[in-house]
Write a new protein. Structure first.
Length: 263
């Protein structure tokens, strides 16, 4: 165990600052490959591959993530979507009022705002079988920059790395990509104006090369336009359900834009 911890410390020195700040080794960052015996949430690799996560599109930028351990997470939670059944964890961003609430139900155990009162928010939370962390980004308001006003939230569960870009307002720098690490599933805003241009968000999506891309915050943007911009390497698949199950074993071989009912 001492040797393992020493190896982990050595690897952390070479990781981005955000990764070094995280109190739990991340399976989505380089340390997961460098220290293969560190297995998150007490799963063996085979068990992790077999575990299934359910993801449901609730509305706007809110997706519901249900873990094998029974933890229910709602992203960009305002209370308008995903409030029933009550989530155990909610994440929020404050670009505008449809992405947060100042009065969340007090029964919600973990409320994670994507912004901090004094500087960027820093979250590294373990609840049952899920590890939730964030990578801060900035918000642009009327020509001014609010540092750390948004967060990309990353959910590590059952061997999967699931990311929600929030109300992202700017292109990502190399240090952002380094802090994010691998994303098997990514939720991206495709409104084309209030967040990023379609060109910018397509570039980010193509660079992340996630196995599953889940559009959100769509408004009138044609899915075909977004799909064409991210390139021919991505499949496009429409589902007649708001929910789907995913595991490490079931990830598509070719990157896929998955359009759930309601998006």
């Amino acid at each position: 165990m001492k040797l393992l911890l020493a190896t982990a410390l050595f690897v952390l020195i070479g990781l981005p600052a955000a990764a070094q700040d995280a109190p739990v080794p991340s399976q989505c960052l380089a340390i997961a490959n460098a220290v293969p015996n560190v297995v998150y949430a007490n799963f063996t690799p085979v068990q992790a591959e077999a575990e299934t996560v359910t993801i449901t599109y609730a509305g706007h930028s809110t997706y519901i993530i249900e873990t094998p351990g029974g933890v229910r997470i709602a992203t960009d939670f305002s209370g308008a979507y995903g409030a029933e059944p009550l989530p155990d964890i909610v994440t929020m961003n404050k670009a505008h009022g449809t992405h947060f609430t100042l009065n969340p139900d007090p029964r919600i155990a973990h409320v994670l705002p994507g912004w901090g009162e004094e500087g960027p928010a820093r979250h590294a939370l373990v609840v049952e079988d899920v590890y939730v962390r964030n990578v801060p980004t900035d918000i642009m308001r009327w020509g001014a920059t609010e540092e750390g006003g948004n967060s990309i939230f990353i959910f590590e569960v059952a061997g999967l790395c699931i990311g929600h870009l929030g109300h992202l307002h700017h292109a990502l720098a190399p240090e952002h990509y380094g802090a994010i690490g691998r994303l098997d599933v990514v939720m991206v805003p495709i409104d084309g104006g209030m967040t990023l241009s379609l060109g910018d968000v397509s570039e980010i999506t193509a660079r992340l090369q996630s196995s599953i891309v889940l559009p959100m915050h769509r408004f009138s943007t044609p899915i075909s336009t977004f799909a064409a911009m991210i390139g021919e390497t991505f499949e496009v698949e429409y589902r007649d359900s708001r929910s789907f199950d995913v595991s490490l074993r079931s990830l598509p071989r070719r990157p896929t834009v998955l359009i759930l009912e309601g998006v």
